[in-house]
Ligand binder design. Structure first.
Ligand code: V47
Length: 353
C-alpha cells in the first residue's frame, strides 16, 4: 500500500510519512485532506458568535514573538477593571454572543483573585454565556506566582465558572525552538500536563501551534504527534488551531514570511495526522479571511467566529482588531461553497445559516 492508499484506507500515519506528505503534489494533498474533512463534517463549516477579551497586557514573561505584552516594545500598559469587563459582556450578551474568550498576559501585580473574579462575576450575571479562559501558560504562571499546584488552580477555575480552556501558549513543543522563542514560560511537558489534568476532570480544551517563524516542518509534525498522543489518552481536545506567525512589533527576527502554499499544506497535513482531533480551525485572524476560506478545501472545518475585538495578534500585524460582521462572514462561507453552521463553544450545532 502506498501512502495515498494508506490514508484513503483510514490508517494512521507516522512521523516520516507525515513529512513525506508535505512533498506531495499540492492538489493531491488537498484532495486527501478534503476527503478526511468530508468524512467527519461533510461541507459544514463551523463558527461561533464570540468576543475576545484581553483584560491586561502587563506580562512577567518575555516571548520573542509577542507584540502584545507591555513588558516589551508596547509602552501602553493596561489592566481592565472588572466593571469594564462586565460592561463588555453585557453589551455582547444583548447582541447574541454565546462565548467570551478571555486571555491575559501574565500580570504579577493583580493578585490571583483578580483573575478568578473575572470569571465568577461573568458567570453569576450571565450563566448562559460560555467562559473560555486561561491558557495553560496562564495556569502555569498563576501556579508559580501564588505557590499553588496545577490541580489547585484548575479546581479554582472550575469553581469560579471557567467552562473550557483555550489552546494558547502551546507555540511549538520542540524544546530547542521553544527555548529560542519563549524561554521561561510554561514548557512543553507542563503545557501538556495541564491540559491532561483539565481533561481528566471531564472538561474540554483546544490546542494551538504557532508556525511560520524559525521552526521547520519536522518541528510542526513533532508538535502534532505530541497532541495526538495526549488525545489518545484523554480525548479532551475539541479543536486544533494552527496560528500563522505575525511578524510586526516583536523581537523575533524573521525575514521571510511563510507562503500561502506552505500554510495550506500545513492545514492539510494536520487534518490527516490528527485523526483523533475532531475539528481543525483556520483562524482567520492570523491566516487572513481569504486564505481561511481556501483552507476549507485543505481540511479546515472551523473558522472561529466574529471575534469583535482582538488585541494579541493584531498587535503583531493581523487585521483583526475589530472582528468581522456576522452577515458578511456567513455570506463568505456560503459563497465559497460550504455550509455555515453556528456552533456553541463545545461544537453542539445551534443553527445552519
Ligand atoms: O498563545 C502571540 C499567539 C496566541 C503572535 O483556543 C501569535 O479557540 C501569531 O491561543 N503571531 C493566543 N500568533 C491566541 C490563541 C487562540 C486564538 C483563537 C482561538 C483560540 C482557541 C486560541 O496567540 C498565543 C500565541 O501563540 N501569538 N503572538 C504572533 N506574533
Amino acid at each position: 500500500m502506498n501512502l495515498k492508499e494508506k490514508i484513503l484506507s483510514g490508517a494512521r500515519i507516522g512521523f516520516d510519512e507525515a513529512l513525506e506528505l508535505y512533498e506531495m503534489d499540492f492538489f493531491e494533498l488537498a484532495g486527501l485532506a478534503d476527503m478526511k474533512r468530508r468524512r467527519m463534517h461533510d461541507k459544514k463549516t463551523y463558527f461561533n458568535i464570540n468576543r475576545h477579551i484581553n483584560p491586561t497586557n502587563v506580562c512577567k514573561d518575555i516571548c520573542k514573538f509577542c507584540a502584545y505584552s507591555a513588558s516589551r516594545k508596547n509602552p501602553n500598559q493596561y489592566t481592565m477593571s472588572h466593571e469594564e469587563i462586565l460592561d463588555i459582556v453585557k453589551d455582547i450578551d444583548s447582541r447574541g454572543a454565546k462565548e467570551v474568550h478571555i486571555v491575559s498576559a501574565h500580570n504579577p501585580n493583580t493578585g490571583l483573585e483578580w483573575y478568578l473574579e473575572i470569571f465568577k462575576k461573568i458567570k453569576t450575571a450571565y450563566p448562559h454565556i460560555h467562559v473560555k479562559a486561561l491558557t495553560a501558560a496562564e495556569v502555569h504562571f498563576l501556579a508559580c506566582e501564588y505557590n499553588k499546584s496545577y490541580d489547585e488552580i484548575i479546581d479554582l477555575m472550575i469553581q469560579n465558572g471557567v467552562d473550557s480552556m483555550p489552546g494558547g501558549g502551546a507555540e511549538i513543543f520542540d524544546e530547542g525552538v521553544r527555548d529560542y522563542i519563549c524561554k521561561g514560560k510554561v514548557n512543553s511537558q507542563q503545557w501538556l500536563d495541564i491540559h491532561q489534568k483539565w481533561h481528566e476532570r471531564g472538561m474540554k480544551s483546544n490546542v494551538t501551534m504557532l508556525f511560520g517563524h524559525v521552526e521547520n516542518r519536522a518541528h510542526r509534525i513533532d508538535h502534532m504527534m505530541r497532541i495526538r498522543d495526549l488525545q489518545d489518552k484523554t480525548g479532551g481536545f475539541n479543536c486544533f488551531i494552527p496560528l500563522v506567525y505575525q511578524s510586526q512589533n516583536n523581537y523575533l527576527n524573521v525575514k521571510e514570511f511563510i507562503t500561502a502554499n506552505e500554510i495550506l499544506r500545513t492545514y492539510a497535513v494536520a487534518r490527516i495526522v490528527l485523526d483523533n482531533v475532531p475539528n481543525l480551525k483556520a483562524y482567520w485572524v492570523t491566516s487572513t479571511v481569504n486564505l481561511a476560506l481556501v483552507a476549507q478545501e485543505f481540511g479546515a472545518n472551523d473558522l472561529d467566529g466574529t471575534i469583535e475585538k482582538e488585541s494579541i495578534n493584531s498587535a503583531a500585524g493581523a487585521k483583526s482588531a475589530n472582528g468581522v460582521e456576522l452577515e458578511e462572514f456567513v455570506g463568505l462561507i456560503k459563497d465559497s461553497g460550504f455550509v455555515p453552521v453556528e456552533r456553541d463553544s463545545v461544537y453542539n450545532e445551534i443553527k445552519i445559516w
